[in-house]
Design a binder for this molecule. Sequence first.
Ligand code: FE2
Ligand code: FE2
Length: 374
Amino acid sequence: MAVTDANDIDRIMEISQTNTDASELIHAVEDNADAIFTWGYDKGERAKLDKLYEKAKTSQWNGQTDLDWSIEVDPYTALDLNLERALMGDFDDDPSSPVHKWGDKEWEEFGLQSIKWRLSQFMHGEQGALLCTAKIVETVPWIDAKYYAATQVVDEARHVEVFAKYLDEKLDGGYPVNPHLGLLLDDIINDSRWDMTYLGMQIMVEGLALAAFGFMHDVTTEPLLKKLLRYVMSDEARHVAFGVLSLQEVYAEMDASDIRERQEFAFEAAMRMRDRFLQQEVWEHMGVDTRKMVELLLNAPEESKVFQRMLFSKIVPNCRKLGLLDAGDGWLRDRFTEIGVIEFEHFEDTGAEFLDYDLEDGSYGESDEAAAVS
Ligand SMILES: [Fe+2]
Ligand SMILES: [Fe+2]
């Protein structure tokens, strides 16, 4: 997909109409993969994965008892609803904008819906991760990776659980899965090649989530959400590391045409995730012309879209570490340059960074009391 196609509003709007089963309780996707046994039981053959597995076993927490669910959350006072407007970028000065005449009341309501929507998409993404890692347990041929992935299945169940509980008990419910995110999750599950589950989920979806959780954690002052995000991040950093460490080995030996397919898959995933953050359902809820909003948001000046760019701050360095940026003729580097996110290439990759996020020993948010393990 070229960037010009990526910015095609008709395409984006058309995809938004595809969420036909938003009211259905279940959604079935073909997963197209063989379940693989291995008879090689040598634990620690892949030392870095073994280390991650050992770390995961001692880093478990209980979403039910480690978080203080008795904390009352009045979203209108506890959450920073004003910030949501700024996060969308510089788009609302245009007199033809459907939101040009909005006052504080509308923006406040938009802020609340926006947070509910975002946490809902995280919850759905977490379920995607739950299914993907269950699939990885079946499809990856290495015993150390099967062991580690099994711990991640538990982690992801806990993440779905805590986001669902927060939305239900503190925000009075959430939103259905966004069609762009839904299609991306379907594509990842659907692919028969086991490394694509890792690339789509561990590198792209979880890489974005780790950046977004970090941002939300740093700005929110609501203590329950802050601690919930901190706990989830300590797991997510391991998950992204699992992707980086596993794929490095696979991609080092892959031929150029197969690598190109991975580059294209990564870029398509990036575009679907960017489109998801147009949060069309929220504009719909607010009763404004969604197509017009999508147009304004896509055309907002790049320099104002700080939040949207920041979402790529983990993805780009991790793609670089995997050799995907510069493989072949540097196809992915060119695409990331076109969408304005190549600036992150030298940020720290997540292959080792997960230790910083450790709940007990990590340096992330050191001064933050809410992050301390009680
Ligand atoms: Fe997760
Ligand atoms: Fe995860």
